[in-house]
Design a protein around this ligand. Sequence first.
Ligand code: SF4
Length: 469
Amino acid sequence: MENHANQFLANAETALHNDTLQIALDRGTTRAVNNRINAMGETTDAYALRQQGRAARLRALHRLPELLEQLEANLTKRGVTVLWAIDADECNRHVLDIAHKHNVHKAIKSKSMATEEVKLNDALETSGIEVVESDLGEFIVQIAHDHPSHIVFPIIHKTKEQVRDLFMDKLHMPPSDDPQVITAAARVHMRQKFIDADMGITGANFAIAETGHLVTVSNEGNARMTSSLPRVHVAVVGIEKVIATLEDFTTLVQLLPRSATGQRMTSYTHLFGGPAHPTDPDGPEHQYVILLDNGRSRIHATEYAEVLACIRCGACLNTCPVYQNVGGHSYGWVYPGPIGAIVTPLLTGIHNATPLPHASSLCGSCKSACPVDIDIPNMLLRLRGDLVEEHDTPMVLTIGLKGWSMAMQSPALYEMSGRAASLASNAIKGRDGNLHNLPGMLGNWTQNRDFPPFAPKSFRQQWRERKKE
Ligand code: SF4
C-alpha cells in the first residue's frame, strides 16, 4: 500500500460525503465501543489490569535487545530458523528465498499488519506465487482489490450488502443476506486453498522470549490452520512483539480480546514454536520466523518508544471521533486512527504524513480506551511540535500563531485585536446572528458549524465601565 498520508484532508472530505461509508462506520465503531466497555467492565479492576498490561509491555521494551536474543535462542532450540530483516526489502527477500528453496507455488496467509507494511503480497505475486488471504475480512479486501481500513476489522468500511454483492459477483454465491450463507461461501472457496498451499504465512500477536513461543489470537481458526497445515510456515513478526514471560502473556491475553472484539477470549488462542516432530500427527515440516525491524529500532531510541507498546487492539480507532467519521482509508497508510497518526509519521517519515498529528481533537478518548494506557494525545502534541521545529506547518498557521503569540504578550495589542475582531465580526454577521462563509481556513469551520461573532464589548471594557460607575 502506497503512503498517501499527506492526502488526509482530501481523503477525509471524500469520506465524510460517502453515505454508505458513514453507515458502515457508525454500525461498526458503535458496536465495538459498547462491546469493549462491557467486556472490560466484567474484570475486577479494569484500571489495575490495564496498568499491569502496560508494565508488561514497557518492561519488554526496556529489555528489547536482550529479550530478542533470548527469543532467538529459544526458537532455535525448538528447531525454528530465525532470520532478521532490517527493512521491507530484506523481509520480502527472505520470504521469497524460503519459497524458492522449498519449491513453493501457492501460499495461504493469515491477517498480519507487518506483512501489510512490507507489501509482502505484491512481492509474492510479482514472483509468480499465488497468495490467498485466509482471514475473512482480509479475503474480502483481497478479492475486492481494496485495502484494510482497520487494524482488527479490515472491512469495517463495508456494509453486509456490499459483501453480499461482491460474493455473488466473484464467488457466484446465490443471492442471500444471511451472514452464515455469506461466510459459508468463503469457507468453501478457501478450504481447497488451504489444502493446496505449500506455504503458510502468519504474523504473531506476541512472541514469548522465555519459552520461544509465538502466539496468534483469532476467531476463525485460520491463523492456526495457516501455521499448521502447509508443509512450510513463515511468521513475520515485528521486533516490538516480544514479551518477557508466559506470565506477562497471561496478563496481555486478558486485555487484547476484550479491547479488540469485546470478548473474554477469542475462539482460538494458538501458541506454537517449532516444526512438527516425527511423531506429531500434523504441523509444518519447516518453520521460519522473520524478526522485522523496518524502523522500529529507530523509534525505540527516541522519546516515542512507548508507541511500540501497542498491542494492535484497535480500541483507540473505534473510540476516536475523527476515525468514527472519516474511516481508515483517509489516513493513507497501513495503520489508521490515533495510533496510525503516530506510527505512520514515525515509520514513513514525518514529512510524508504531516496532516496526521493534527488529525485529532486531543479529547483523550484513545488514551482511556487503550489497554496499555499509551499516552497518544501527548505524543500527537509532541509530533506537532516536531513539525513546527522542522518548519513543516502550513504558512497560514505559522503566521496566525506568531500573531497570536505577539498579541498575547502585549496587553495593548491584545485589546486592539479583540476590538478589531468584534467590530469586523459584528459587521458581517448573518441574519441568524452567526458568521457564514468565512474566507480561507476559517471557512472550514463555518462550512459545518456555527461561528458566533465576538462580544460587542470585551470583559476588560465592561470591567472598566463598571468601575467608573
Ligand atoms: S494504541 Fe492502545 S488502543 Fe490503540 S491499537 Fe494500540 S493498544 Fe490498542
